[in-house]
Design a protein around this ligand. Structure first.
Ligand SMILES: [Zn+2]
Length: 226
């Protein structure tokens, strides 16, 4: 049964890639890594590693403009490492500003962006640049962010990061909301969220207007640092 599931997953990936025009990768097509997991799992650290490994002039880094907790124009990890980044409101802006000599596009906190992020990533890959996206896989209610499955199927490499449960020190795969929910457009950090294992995690209560996945699909939803 496991093999059957694996085969089905592989078939779905091929179909997903076909829909993005990425079947039959050629040398001029970029490579895509998705870095996902809960908060405080080191996702941004890995993204910064990728950025620093490349020639600075051939890398473009993007972050959502709403995420200005640490710095308005830098991606900053919890360990204090950082790199220059262009703040944008829509993922399509990264494609519009893509330079001809760029060989890596890095997008932090991908869950902040709308459902067109996979389309944008595929377009960048078709233009020959590699793409790395760091994103939360689930929101505070344990629900997958809308574009995560599509990004996962599109990715050549999926790096699933875990943290350490703040309660029991088991591997943490969930994000625990610590503060009351007043809307679905919250940006916060360690004062509002912590990593939990599935045994210690409890979803917050629903609130009016919570997780409506509104028709605009422009995000951001519930947000926090990685
Ligand atoms: Zn725990």
């Amino acid at each position: 049964m496991v093999g059957w599931v694996d085969n089905m997953t592989a078939a779905m990936r091929v179909e997903e890639r076909q829909s993005y025009g990425l079947r039959g990768r050629c040398p001029s097509t970029g490579v895509f890594e998705l870095i996902c997991g809960c908060m405080f799992a080191g996702k941004t650290e890995r993204l910064i590693d990728h950025v620093h490994a490349r020639h600075a002039k051939r890398v473009q880094v993007f972050k959502h403009a709403v995420d200005d907790r640490y710095h308005p124009t830098r991606v900053v990890s919890h360990n204090g490492r950082s790199c220059e980044a262009s703040p944008i409101l829509r993922a399509s802006k990264s494609l519009k500003t893509l330079r001809g000599d760029t060989d890596l596009v890095a997008i932090d906190e991908g869950h902040f962006f709308g459902d067109n992020l996979p389309d944008v990533c595929a377009a960048i890959l078709r233009r020959g640049a590699d793409v790395v996206v760091a994103a939360l896989d689930n929101d505070s209610w344990g629900c997958p962010f809308p574009m995560i499955d599509a990004l996962r199927n599109l990715a050549d490499v999926v790096s699933v990061k875990t943290s350490v449960c703040a309660k029991c020190s088991r591997p943490a795969t969930r994000t625990q909301r610590l503060t009351p929910i007043t809307d679905n457009r919250f940006v916060g950090g360690a004062e509002s969220f912590e990593p939990r294992c599935v045994q210690c995690w409890t979803p917050p209560p629903a609130s009016p207007g919570q997780i409506t996945r509104d028709a605009s699909n422009t995000g951001p939803w519930v947000q926090h640092s990685s």
